[in-house]
Design a protein around this ligand. Structure first.
Ligand SMILES: [Fe+2]
Ligand SMILES: [Fe+2]
Length: 163
C-alpha cells in the first residue's frame, strides 16, 4: 500500500502541532501496512492505543492553540474533532470482525488525513500566517508542551522517510 510521506506543505508552522501530525501519518501508514499484511492483532494492540492517545492529546492541544490565537473557526473545528473521535470509537468498539475493524479504521484515518489535517488544519495554518499578531500568543512563555517519547520517535521515523 502506498505510503504518505511528510510534505512541508502540511506544516502549520507550530512545531509541536506539526510533530503531532507526523504521528497521524505514522498511524495512517502503519494501519495501511497492517491491513495489507493481515496483521489485525497489531492494529488492536498497537495502532488503536496510539490513535486513542493521539485523539486525546492532539485534539486538546490543537484546540488550546486555536483558542489562545482567537481562531474564528474554533467551534466548528472542535465539532469535527469530536465527530472523528466518535466515529473512531464506534468502529473500534462496535465492529466484531477484527479485519473489518482494521479496514474501516484505516479508511477513516485516510479520509481524516485528507479532509481534516490537510484541508482544515491547513486552514488554521494559513489563518495564523495572515494574523501574525495572534501567532505570538499561541504558546505564551511557560506553556507546557506535550511532547511524549512516542511523538518524538514517530516524528523521527516519518521525517527520515522510513515510513
Ligand atoms: Fe490536527
Ligand atoms: Fe484539527
Amino acid at each position: 500500500m502506498d505510503k504518505f510521506p511528510w510534505n512541508k506543505r502540511y506544516a502549520l508552522g507550530i512545531s509541536e502541532v506539526d510533530d503531532q501530525h507526523l504521528t497521524l501519518i505514522y498511524i495512517l501508514n502503519n494501519l495501511g501496512d497492517y491491513v495489507e499484511k493481515g496483521h489485525v492483532e497489531s492494529v488492536r494492540t498497537v495502532m488503536v492505543p496510539m490513535l486513542t492517545s493521539y485523539m486525546g492529546n492532539h485534539f486538546a492541544f490543537e484546540q488550546k492553540a486555536m483558542l489562545e490565537a482567537g481562531y474564528d473557526h474554533l467551534v466548528g473545528h472542535i465539532a469535527a474533532h469530536q465527530d472523528f473521535s466518535d466515529r473512531a470509537k464506534t468502529i473500534i468498539h462496535g465492529t466484531a470482525d477484527p479485519l473489518r475493524m482494521a479496514k474501516d479504521l484505516h479508511l477513516l484515518v485516510f479520509r481524516w488525513f485528507i479532509e481534516h489535517l490537510v484541508a482544515e488544519d491547513g486552514r488554521f495554518g494559513r489563518w495564523l500566517a495572515e494574523h501574525p499578531d495572534h501567532k505570538r500568543d499561541v504558546f505564551p512563555a511557560g506553556t507546557r508542551i506535550l511532547r511524549t517519547s512516542a511523538v518524538r520517535r514517530t516524528t523521527q521515523v516519518v521525517r527520515r522517510g522510513q515510513l
